[in-house]
Write a protein that binds this ligand. Structure first.
Ligand SMILES: Cc1cc2nc3c(=O)[nH]c(=O)nc-3n(C[C@H](O)[C@H](O)[C@H](O)COP(=O)(O)OP(=O)(O)OC[C@H]3O[C@@H](n4cnc5c(N)ncnc54)[C@H](O)[C@@H]3O)c2cc1C
Length: 475
């Protein structure tokens, strides 16, 4: 064998798998045909958070009423679109460079080219020059990630109609931008573009905006993140045809009846309708694997499955598996795969993986949605507990003049085990981690309520919820 482990794809999943394998002394290669770092570093988390960091400052410094509350008056605010775009591009270059160096230092062989399976334990790599060679490895990890999904009828030109791949370049600030999709990517870009002065129309096929969020959190968050901004929404409609140009035309049809509703003419359209796995060119048939809508079936130990049976020495991690498509999920799956390659018995615990939306303010969630928890409670015969704590009762939030926000905590009323949490409010993305850790340990609010939280911090919002929940158990 040429290697102990070959990883196909150098996104977050592939990176963590390769690094961990090399750290454990395995002879490891990683194959990548685009930029090192994959979606997160080049087209996802990293540049979008850089744009959001700048947009957040513009929003805050431009909010005279908010500043006046602190006794501050700021002068006329100016920003430079290209400067903000450069900040994102610079950050991408830095993180991509660091990540590549980390792999090199760990002793991972970086192979540039497109990888595909060539039967069991064999990977064919086509280099940019067209030369193809076959590498062998005891174990192969597929980490080929995902690309933006573009629904049929929508034509992308990369300038007036684009996906997040282009939006992160912030090449222009269209006066009127339509965003198709109100998931976390659509919301984050709505935050960026409205802070920078664009008007946004958000188009959602389901009957309410933010359909994937806890409904109570979504309702509260939408008041500020959508209704409080220059954003109008159209829910229950599909963008059936989007034609690039100046203007861009969007034909909207009713999502249920498919009857035409209206045609909009806007300056640009961002298509944020989800992501599709990158698996079509992997030659999975050579090992008998059938995908499910392109996603590679895996067990919780990250073994690739044919039916219920694992394929020997074949693993898949990250977005291509379709499980909680987030960078930290991909990374965690990568580590689990490698631990199992060296004989471990690790399983990924999706319930304790948090998710965050980095709007201003943020949204964080972990574990079960309330509807899922209710179903589980009925099936398993326990009573579901649900408590809410509010940022308006928190000293730190009040000091920051950011007292809007809520935490909903879901727990078992018999054992006190925490089942899920949903937060909207200042730094919710950081706050959710504490509850994710508690879920990972399957802790009860009985224990959690004994943990002392620093005063005054936002973490006391979590403490207040634990106290209420513990009280509800005792009652
Ligand atoms: C706008 C946006 C914002 C996001 N923000 C966040 C966030 O804040 N937090 C978060 O956790 N997640 C975020 N995500 C999601 C996150 O980017 C993905 O979940 C993560 O990148 C998945 O990692 P991966 O390793 O599975 O795949 P990818 O990052 O997609 O990497 C796969 C790599 O494989 C390569 N590849 C594919 N096929 C082959 C082949 N045949 N041969 C060689 N190489 C190949 C690709 O070029 C790519 O580099 C965001 C995504 C987007 C689009």
């Amino acid at each position: 064998m040429d290697f102990d482990v070959i990883v196909i794809g150098a996104g977050y999943g592939g990176f963590d798998a390769a690094k961990h394998a090399a750290d454990l002394g395995l002879k490891t290669a990683i194959i990548e045909f685009r930029e090192m770092g994959g979606t997160c570093v080049n087209r996802g988390c990293v540049p979008s958070k850089a744009l959001l960091a700048a947009a957040g400052r513009v929003r805050e410094l431009g909010d005279a009423a908010h500043l006046a509350g602190f006794g501050i008056t700021a002068g006329a605010l100016q920003f430079d679109r290209q400067g903000i775009a450069d900040h994102a591009a610079q950050l991408v270059a830095t993180i991509r460079g660091n990540l590549t160096k980390t792999l090199e230092r760990a002793g991972v062989t970086i192979v540039r080219g497109e990888g595909r399976l060539d039967g069991p334990q064999r990977v064919a790599v086509r280099e940019a020059s067209g030369i193809e060679r076959v590498l062998t490895a005891r174990d192969v990890i597929i980490a080929t990630g995902s690309d933006p999904f573009v629904p049929p009828g929508i034509t992308i030109d990369g300038e007036t109609v684009f996906t997040s791949d282009d939006a992160i370049r912030l090449a222009s600030l269209p006066q009127w931008l339509a965003i198709v999709g109100s998931g976390y990517i659509g919301l984050e870009f709505a935050d960026v573009y409205t802070a920078l002065g664009c008007e946004v129309t958000m188009i959602e096929a389901l009957d309410r905006v933010m359909p994937t969020f806890d409904p109570d959190i979504a309702k509260l968050a939408a008041r500020r993140l959508i209704e409080g901004r220059d954003i109008e929404t159209r829910a229950g409609v599909l963008a059936s045809r989007v034609t690039p140009g100046r203007p861009v035309t969007i034909e909207l049809v009713d999502a249920a009846s498919r009857e035409p509703v209206e045609t909009l003419e806007v300056d640009a359209v961002l298509v944020a309708t989800g992501r599709v796995p990158v698996s079509a060119t992997l030659n999975l048939a050579s090992v008998g694997v059938e995908t499910q809508r392109g996603f590679i079936p895996v067990d919780d130990g990250m073994r690739v499955l044919v039916g219920a049976e694992p394929v020997p020495h074949l693993w898949a991690v990250g977005d291509v598996t379709g499980k909680m498509m987030l960078a930290h999920t991909a990374a965690a799956q990568g580590v689990v795969a490698v631990e199992n390659i060296v004989g471990g018995e690790r399983r990924i615990d999706y319930r304790s993986i948090p998710a965050a939306t980095f709007t201003h303010p943020e949204i964080g969630s972990v574990g079960l949605l309330e509807a899922e928890a209710r179903r589980e409670a009925e099936e398993q015969g326990y009573e579901l507990g649900s408590v809410r704590s509010y940022f308006k009762a928190n000293s730190k939030a009040l000091a920051e003049l950011e007292s809007e926000g809520m935490l909903k905590l879901l727990f078992r009323k018999d054992t006190g085990e925490v089942l899920g949490a949903h937060i909207y409010g200042l730094h919710a993305a950081d706050l959710i981690q504490e509850i994710a850790n508690a879920i990972a340990r399957r802790q009860s609010v009985r224990e959690l309520v004994q943990e002392v939280h620093t005063h005054p911090t936002l973490s006391e919002v979590v403490e207040a919820a634990y106290k209420q929940a513990a009280h509800a158990l005792a009652a």
